[in-house]
Design a protein around this ligand. Structure first.
Ligand SMILES: NC(=O)c1ccc[n+]([C@@H]2O[C@H](COP(=O)([O-])OP(=O)(O)OC[C@H]3O[C@@H](n4cnc5c(N)ncnc54)[C@H](O)[C@@H]3O)[C@@H](O)[C@H]2O)c1
Length: 333
């Protein structure tokens, strides 16, 4: 039923609940392709700040040539409005993207309220980074239309989203959310079932664990390790994932495994357990974290974090433009 209404009504209204870092970004993404967006926050001043920032960022992106979508920045901005009423935000929305802080009790509270306000066609999406959808949605009466839509940060410049169903999420919701995310340019990654960390964070944590072990054991400095990623592997990964990378690094995946499989198995078997430093339970753990923190502060002092984030986001925007241009020229060839 939802799929039909989405396809027949054309662009509809999307409700964003929570207008912080992630909510603001989702609002801009939906507006970029013409959806009307209603932004709600428990803190009304947050909504006004988000609306102001959205308007200036859209103009800035337009100026830099990194604006998403085809509508002019001013038109995109007009599609986003704020509201101080949760009901107004979610009622009649075709899709809701919840972006409140990462706290299970709060998410359950907010979703219980939304559950009583929506009609029976609205899709219910949560931006949660780590909470599995069954924990948030178990008691909702509309739980078959609940799904996690987890973006990468900053979502506007990292155009992907993980779609994680609860056991009771129906197929129509899984399919329609995937279609919607493709339509807004947020490349969907569909998981068949929920699991801790989803896919993005499981990969990120596996990588971080190896990095931690190599630094802790004095094999490499944090700064040199970052060079491996940003000037080595990361250059490739900005264009293609690790699976396509191995396919290209030999004469196909079969040949890659024939050539390197045993080495990969042996080296990986030497990797060691998850570092206990993450938990900071012992003196030694805390000393490891303090040393790592101090080393990173040499690269970016805490007072320069904001500046460095702005630099990163500008770089990501330029990279996104380059990738779009490359995709376009490949299509034109
Ligand atoms: N920041 C990231 O890197 C990142 C990446 C991907 C996903 N996420 C997830 O996105 C969600 C939001 O994260 P964020 O970084 O935008 O947080 P944030 O703190 O920047 O924003 C949260 C907003 O929610 C509002 N809020 C709090 N209680 C509310 C309520 N009851 N109703 C409506 N609004 C309420 C706050 O006022 C605030 O404006 C979290 O679940 C987080 O895990 C974050």
């Amino acid at each position: 039923m939802f799929q039909k209404s989405l396809r027949m009504s054309g662009k509809g209204s999307v409700g964003i609940v929570g207008s912080g870092l992630i909510g603001k970004s989702w609002a801009m993404i939906f507006a970029s392709v013409g959806y009307e967006v209603k932004l709600f926050d428990v803190e009304p001043s947050q909504v006004s700040t988000a609306l102001e920032n959205i308007k200036s960022e859209l103009l800035e992106f337009e100026e830099a040539g990194t604006l998403r979508g085809t509508l002019p920045a001013v038109e995109q901005g007009k599609l986003i409005t704020g509201t101080s009423s949760l009901k107004d935000c979610v009622q009649d929305a075709i899709y809701i993207q919840e972006c409140v802080p990462e706290n299970l009790e709060l998410k359950i509270k907010v979703w219980t309220e939304i559950d009583g306000l929506v009609d029976e066609t609205t899709i219910l999406g949560s931006s949660t980074s780590c909470i599995v959808p069954s924990l948030i949605s178990e008691k909702l009466k509309n739980r078959e239309r609940f799904i996690v839509a987890h973006p990468c940060n900053p979502p506007y410049h990292t155009p992907m989203v993980e779609l994680v169903p609860a056991p009771w999420t129906n197929q129509e919701t899984r399919d329609t959310t995937r279609e919607l995310m493709s339509a807004i340019g947020q490349g969907p990654v569909s998981l068949s079932r929920e699991l801790p960390g989803f896919v993005l964070n499981r990969i990120q944590y596996a990588l971080l664990n190896e990095c931690w072990r190599l630094i802790r054991d004095g094999i490499v400095s944090p700064q040199d390790l970052d060079v491996v990623m940003k000037d080595g592997m990361g250059m490739r990964y900005a264009l293609m994932g690790p699976m396509e990378t191995i396919h290209l690094n030999a004469d196909g995946t079969q040949n890659y495994c024939d050539r390197y499989g045993e080495t990969i198995f042996n080296v990986s078997s030497d990797s060691g357990p998850v570092p206990t430093g993450w938990k900071q339970e012992s003196e030694a753990d805390r000393a490891e974290v303090a040393a790592l923190h101090a080393a990173l502060c040499e690269t970016v002092p805490l007072e320069k974090l904001y500046e460095r984030r702005v630099w990163r986001d500008k770089g990501l925007a330029a990279l996104g433009k380059l990738k779009r241009d490359l995709a376009k020229s490949a299509k034109d060839e």
